[in-house]
Design a protein around this ligand. Structure first.
Ligand code: HEC
Ligand code: HEC
Length: 368
């Protein structure tokens, strides 16, 4: 994540991962046809370029912060801070999010069929769902005055076009085109979409390859049946975290009663609808053991604290989700016994995908 040295070693490395990433994009619903529609002739070169950009601090105004500063591979591309530090030392106002299995309208099909056979569409991006198009979304952190501070993307494109390595990488990815903001965004998006997680113990269990322990199996039953966690989190869906968990454009959002009166308005900031105050995107629980702290504001350090919330601390906020209310309307108290809590956490731990967190295709291309 430091400045790149134009060494021979780096070129060998780049050549190696260009080669090794050939398969990445094809795994995801063979989106290469879509890429061709966008005038991109060599799909495998696009995520490769995106990976280099993702790890390059030169995308920030003072060359100190890259996307990877707040999205770490070992943490499923989340951050272990409540709020992350931007280029100027300021902190983000929300907790960084994991990046995996993103469904995007350009790189994946606009709508898809999940493992239940339900047609879905990509849910919106960010905790409040303010972006729907990945290619637009990725420009936001670069330009954000807190995150990376590079307000002028044309200027950034000009700077990158003076770097020899990028001349090669861009011309491989986008032959006969200038280095321009749109191509920076496309490459970053292609890299993000290439980050797939399919190898957790839970995946192996669904595929009949691995058996859960008694405790994990008990946790699974509690998660799916007794406490109905899955009515929101939809773990079985192939693209979990990005499918619509309800109906309508913002069906994948919910208020889980963290506060009586939410300090962060969440989805309301996007829709302006009173009933959306305190609603946030239902996060994927894939790799959840790695993504502490939890919730949009990183208020919980541990999974135990999260379960305690559902067990005893749900507040009767105005927009509290029906699934977390008593029939009379008040906040539900699940009163989850200790052994059930342990079982749920054991089950959540089966969601960790060590293959993804170690996959060299997604790792830092800049050696120390
Ligand atoms: C200073 C820390 C920081 C940096 C740098 C940063 N991010 Fe983020 N990222 C965040 C935070 C915080 C959020 C949640 C923001 C929100 O919901 O308002 C987020 C959200 C996201 C999401 C949304 C995931 C989802 O499921 O909705 C994606 C994708 C993402 N970032 C990609 C990037 C890319 C690409 C870059 C580099 C161009 C980048 N980020 C740079 C902190 C950062
Ligand atoms: C009504 C929908 C709904 C139900 C039911 C639900 N959740 Fe959640 N869950 C959410 C939402 C929304 C968030 C994020 C809330 C926020 O940040 O404001 C969340 C967050 C979480 C997180 C933290 C994830 C992270 O990355 O920060 C965990 C862990 C979790 N839920 C587990 C569970 C368990 C276990 C159950 C069952 C006891 C459950 N949930 C039931 C909607 C739900």
């Amino acid at each position: 994540m430091k400045a790149i040295h134009h060494s021979f070693g780096l070129w060998v490395l780049l050549a190696m991962f260009t080669f090794s990433s050939c398969e990445i994009i094809n795994e995801a619903n063979s989106p290469s046809d879509k890429l061709y529609q966008y005038g991109i002739s060599a799909p495998n070169e696009v995520p490769t370029l995106g990976r280099v950009l993702f790890y390059d601090t030169r995308l920030s105004a003072n060359n100190t912060v890259s996307c990877a500063s707040c999205h770490k591979q070992s943490l499923a591309f989340a951050d272990n801070k409540k709020f992350s530090r931007g280029f100027d030392g300021e902190h983000t106002t929300r907790n960084s999010m994991a990046i995996q299995n993103i469904v995007d309208n350009v790189f994946n099909f606009a709508s898809f069929v999940d493992s239940l056979g339900v047609m879905g569409e990509a849910t919106a991006l960010f905790w409040d769902g303010r972006q729907k198009v990945l290619q637009t979304m990725v420009k936001e952190p670069i330009q954000s005055h807190i995150e990376m501070g590079t307000t002028d993307l044309e200027q950034l494109a000009t700077e990158l076009s003076q770097i020899e390595m990028y001349q090669t990488l861009f011309s491989n990815a986008f032959p006969d085109q200038e280095i321009m903001p749109e191509n920076i965004a496309t490459a970053l998006s292609a890299f993000l979409v290439s980050i797939r997680s399919t190898s957790s113990k839970f995946d192996m269990h669904l595929n009949g390859i691995e058996t859960l322990t008694t405790l994990e199996q008990m946790g699974k039953d509690l998660f799916f049946d007794k406490y109905n966690c899955n009515s929101c989190h939809q773990l079985q869906a192939a693209v979990n975290g990005y499918q619509l968990a309800g109906t309508g454009e913002f069906g994948g959002f919910a208020d889980i009663g963290l506060d009586e009166v939410p300090a962060d308005a969440g989805l309301f900031q996007v829709t302006g609808m009173e009933e959306d105050k305190g609603k946030f995107k239902i996060p994927s629980l894939r790799n959840v053991a790695l993504t502490s702290p939890y919730m949009h504001d990183g208020r919980f350090e541990t999974l135990e604290e999260v379960i305690d919330h559902y067990s005893e601390e749900i507040k009767a906020s105005a927009s509290l989700d029906e699934r977390l209310r008593e029939p009379a309307g008040g906040a539900k108290k699940f009163d989850i016994p200790l052994h059930d809590k342990e079982a749920i956490i054991a089950f959540l731990n089966t969601m960790t995908d060590f293959q993804m967190t170690k996959d060299p295709k997604f790792s830092d291309p800049f050696p120390d």
